[in-house]
Design a protein. Structure first.
Length: 313
């Protein structure tokens, strides 16, 4: 039934008269006014307060309000799948803003090998069943297409999965959301090979507290630390695998790597190119941060208006 529903939504989006996802105007997927609200401004850096430990730099294309909010909800909850393309174009703009801030692809030398990997934050299985699609993954695929057309070698690596049930986030505060999501995500078996050494940008449709993106970053970094140690033949693979297992399972009270000294974390982070959130919950960048394989940044279509970084020290 799920496959039939998805097929029907795709067909309906192509052949039935559409209405604007933002304002409801007839016979248009997204009217010019709503499209301008979605991608008419330059993407902004956003910074949730308080900022979760390990959260990469986040850029958003628009503020989560009015027409933009209505458009995202129409795509996510009402199955208006034709909106994926304009939403993907907006997300691609936020990705480019994040890459520009970290300087990826710049400099005199050749760009680091490997495609740019867009890793979407996954919806729960129950939500995917209820909606008939995974909104973040669909928007990510559209964004990757936009980036490739602009000459950026990008592809989607949908390697994250929910490993345990989580509470509904809608009624939770920032600290509660962080606690609710610690250890909730994991990389699927074989996901380390899919990720390879390519640089990662985490993507989602909306950011509020940043807890989901911080947890996604933790899961990606943990598996890369373990894989890098194994591939480097450090002779510590057993220990690294056990420690990575602890991080993937979310053992302990923080979203950091568990049971590892600061010197161990620094050494492994150099192998993986990843920023490490230490046992004290403080993000620490290695000497060669931003290298191949790092979680470069995160990008979303929209963010809460009060999380936009404006005149902050």
């Amino acid at each position: 039934m799920e496959g039939v529903r998805r097929w029907w939504q795709e067909l309906a989006g192509l052949v039935l008269p559409a209405e604007c996802g933002g304002c409801g105007s007839a016979r248009t997927v997204l009217c010019p006014q709503c499209r301008a609200a979605l991608d008419g401004a330059e993407p902004f850096r956003v910074r949730p307060v308080p900022e979760p430990p390990g959260l990469p730099a986040v850029h958003a294309a628009a503020r989560y309000a009015d027409e933009v909010r209505a458009t995202l909800l129409a795509h996510k909850e009402r199955g208006a799948l034709a909106l994926a393309r304009p939403l993907g174009a907006a997300l691609a703009g936020a990705v480019r803003a994040g890459l520009g801030e970290v300087g990826w692809g710049e400099g005199e030398g050749p760009r680091a090998p490997g495609d740019l990997l867009l890793v979407p934050v996954p919806s729960t299985r129950a939500a995917v069943r209820a909606r008939g699609h995974d909104p973040a993954r669909r928007i990510a695929l559209a964004a990757a297409g936009e980036l490739r057309r602009a000459g950026v070698p990008a592809r989607v690596a949908a390697v994250l999965r929910q490993r345990r049930a989580v509470a509904d986030q809608s009624g939770l505060g920032s600290r509660q959301r962080l606690d609710n999501l610690v250890g909730a995500l994991t990389v699927v078996p074989g996901g380390a090979r899919v990720l390879g050494g390519g640089p990662v940008v985490l993507v989602d449709d909306v950011v509020t507290t940043g807890a989901s993106l911080a947890e996604a970053a933790r899961a990606v970094r943990a598996v890369r630390v373990a894989a890098a140690a194994q591939w480097a033949g450090e002779g510590q693979s057993g220990r690294c695998e056990e420690e990575a297992k602890g991080a993937l399972c979310g053992e302990g009270a923080t979203a950091g790597y568990v049971g590892r000294t600061r010197e161990d974390s620094k050494k492994l982070s150099r192998l993986s190119g990843a920023e490490v959130t230490g046992v004290d919950g403080v993000s620490r960048a290695p000497d060669d941060a931003g290298g191949v394989g790092d979680v470069l940044c995160a990008a979303v279509v929209a963010a809460s208006p009060d999380s936009f970084e404006i005149n902050r020290n």
